[in-house]
Unconditional design. Sequence first.
Length: 324
Amino acid sequence: MATVFETVRSSAAILSAAGVDTPEHDVKLLLAEAFHVDLRDVDKAMLMGDDGEHLNSALASDSTESGAWMNAKTTGNTVAAAMERFHSMVDRRSKREPLQHITGHAPFRYLDLKVGPGVFIPRPETELVVQEGIEWTTRHGMYRAKVVDLCAGSGAIGLAFATEVPGSEVWAVEKSERTAQWTRRNLDETTKRYPAIAGNYHLEIADATQMPTLNQLDGTIDIVLTNPPYVPLSDIPVQPEVRDYDPDLALYGGSADGTLIPERIISRAAKLLKPGGLMVMEHDVTQGERLAAFARTCDFVDVVVHNDYTGRPRYLTAEKQEIG
């Protein structure tokens, strides 16, 4: 039987040949998923493999301390079965199926969200949208904010905010009933860890761009957080993981430059927010200045375009103009 190091190296070569950007990282995550252990267990086992230990003994000895391997053995998940799962996962990944669809979950801030066909996979840069909202509430001494998450998708933004700012009330809007099934699933999972949010998170199946949506809340909301569809129709993603698996409804901004839907979201946010309230919106790297200018025409002030982790303009913040 191959060592962990050899297994990772050979499988990573398969993913590399298929054009996967991070082949070794993906392989290690899939191996951890197949054996029901942590990523650090795989890393340690790789070192043990370098010394000639085999895959089963390396993972068994390395994971027994945490009980993960013993749990796997007692549930009948043998090494052979785990390896079969792993190779099946690698085969799926080599066909460019998203890693998160294969594992069935994706990390987002302090949450682990369920994802799969029909829902947009949350990205690390979207965590910044939540962070801006949290920092704003802290600066304003506001610990029970009223928040709207427009284009909720998996529920990542709204659920993260609700769990990190206890006592806040969140209204999440999602247009697709299929996607909303994932939102509800993640709400159910999240409330198991954070029971207090059960009565403070409300899901609305509606079009976030339409003025009647949540119009009973107009002028009362402290923060609107949103990651709307914004990919330009003239710039179809090259990566199969995005182009072929993320829902079109969650990707494309409705116009050649992708700003049609974001502009409608800005208009809706302007109505929802009370004077002095905050909007944080993710956007394409090409859209920052245009959307900032549009926000200013909708009575927003202090409009700022911010960079993401890679230094590219990725989201804007804006405050609803105070009356008088």
